[in-house]
Design a protein around this ligand. Structure first.
Ligand code: DLL
Length: 439
């Protein structure tokens, strides 16, 4: 498959290391001189830009956390005056103020470059009609993909999220060959299509889907590929670094290639902050090597994954990150046992008869142990007509699968089709009511 920029994407490791080292030195000095919070952080650690001479010095640099960026809200962590910023984006925080992303024109050009690499990696060319259902607005998904599609010359349909029926009509009428949205929204499209009697195989031309912005498992990939009759690619990114365009899968689907000539990755132990070797799971950390408006040094993403450095069969030399396994802060502690939402999804989707629509409900009835309940939809066939015995068997199978996977018991509540709230953007999977008692 074509590669957008082989000079960089397939660069010899030794050349890439050298380039990263030079860029790291430059960005460290730039951040120190232009952004007060970095000067402060360097001084606290007793280091100066001259101490950073290459990649080996990366571990000496200070970390940046989401809280650091919040404290500098809205623009204090910009390295350029606001007049030079031509675009602002923001990620909706669950609490308080959002995290802001600022871009100079050069930053937008960089974004166009990495998004062109991204869509090319998924097989998109100028011949494609790209139905872009990521939200347009402050969220980086819509406009980020828009830039990439325009750069490769694809026909972009900037449909944004929502109005699902209309989306299906446009996909069919415009002959969309590529679709981009969150994985959870792709299932909403599939569901609505099924309700309207639209068969993806016979009526749609979509062959590629590029899904990200929220965690999803391999089991979820299988469901999506079958229902939408396409090849599904995982894409990762975050507002603090650039938005989408940090990493993406290639046709081999063996991890997401990180565009590391621009975004330098590390894996650390989230507890100690120490660097971990390739192949070990930990927290993903990024340093932007070329950004102008908002360079970040050693940004702690709180996303958990594993990095691999072996060259890929596609020819790219860029490091690959495995699918995000969850966040360092999404681990639920239920009756003292660590429970990861991604494991719950994996267990549920391995049970025939369950739909990929679920919510994890945690509660702490007064003076009682934590209650873990999983609400999950059963397939339509169980309800036409309703087969209570089969539903009871399904519930038992699901509870058994969950306790095998999690090591603790969970109650499963089977729900009828379309009863769990659908989202047009990122899905809400965990409802933790226990917080009500702790506050
Ligand atoms: O979600 C940017 C994006 C847009 C990525 C479109 C991919 C496609 P934020 O809203 O700042 O940015 O959220 C970033 O979302 O730290 C992860 O926790 C999560 N995330 C993003 N992509 C993935 C993925 C956009 N492929 C946060 N798998 C990140 C798992 C993901 N989690």
């Amino acid at each position: 498959m074509p590669i957008w920029n082989p000079d960089f994407e397939c660069m010899e490791r030794s050349d890439l290391d050298k380039l990263q080292g030079e860029r790291l030195k430059q960005i460290a000095a730039y951040a120190y001189h232009k952004i007060p919070i970095y000067r402060r952080k360097f001084e606290e650690l007793g280091i100066a830009p001259d101490d950073i001479n290459g990649l080996d010095d990366l571990g000496r640099l200070p970390f940046t956390t989401k809280q650091d960026l919040r404290d500098e809200y809205p623009f204090n962590n910009f390295a350029v005056p606001v007049e030079e910023v031509v675009r602002l984006h923001a990620s909706s925080g669950t609490t308080g103020k959002p995290t802001v992303g600022g871009y100079t024109q050069n930053d937008l050009d960089l974004w166009a470059e990495v998004m062109a690499r991204t869509v090319t990696s998924c097989g998109v060319t100028s011949k494609d009609v790209a139905h872009n259902a990521y939200g347009y607005g402050l969220f980086t998904g819509g406009l980020g993909f828009h830039l990439g599609y325009q750069t490769v010359g694809a026909t972009v349909v900037p449909v944004s999220g929502g109005l699902t029926r209309r989306q299906l009509m446009l996909m069919e009428d415009f002959g969309a060959t590529v679709i981009t949205c969150t994985p959870s929204y792709s299932l909403v499209l599939a569901e609505e299509a099924a309700e309207l009697g639209i068969d993806f195989k016979s009526r749609m031309k979509v062959r590629v889907g590029i899904f990200g912005a929220e965690p999803w498992t391999e089991e979820m990939r299988v469901k999506i590929e079958n229902r939408l009759n396409l090849e599904a690619y995982d894409i990762y990114g975050l507002t603090e670094i650039i938005g989408p365009g940090v990493s993406v899968e290639c046709e081999h689907h063996n991890g997401m290639h990180i565009f590391e000539d621009h975004f330098l990755p590390e894996i650390i132990d989230p507890k100690t902050g120490g660097q971990l070797p390739f192949g070990e799971e930990g927290e993903l950390v990024f340093t932007t090597l070329t950004k102008e408006a908002m360079p970040v040094i050693r940004y702690r993403t709180r996303d958990r994954t594993v990095l691999h450095q072996e060259k890929c069969a596609c020819g790219r030399t860029m490091v690959r990150m495995e699918k995000v396994r969850g966040r360092t802060d999404d681990m639920l502690i239920v009756r003292g046992v660590n429970v990861f939402p991604s494991l719950i999804e994996k267990a549920l989707l391995s049970v025939d008869g369950l739909e990929p629509q679920y919510q994890i409900i945690l509660d702490r009835p007064k003076d009682r142990l934590d209650k873990l309940e999983i609400w999950v939809e059963a397939s339509l066939t169980f309800f036409e007509p309703i087969d209570t015995q089969a539903l009871e068997n399904l519930r038992k199978t699901a509870e058994n699968e969950l306790s095998q996977t999690l090591g603790i018991s969970a109650r499963v509540k089977l729900m009828g089709p379309s009863t769990i709230e659908r989202s047009i953007g990122k899905a809400v999977r965990v409802v933790d009511k226990r917080k009500l008692y702790n506050d």
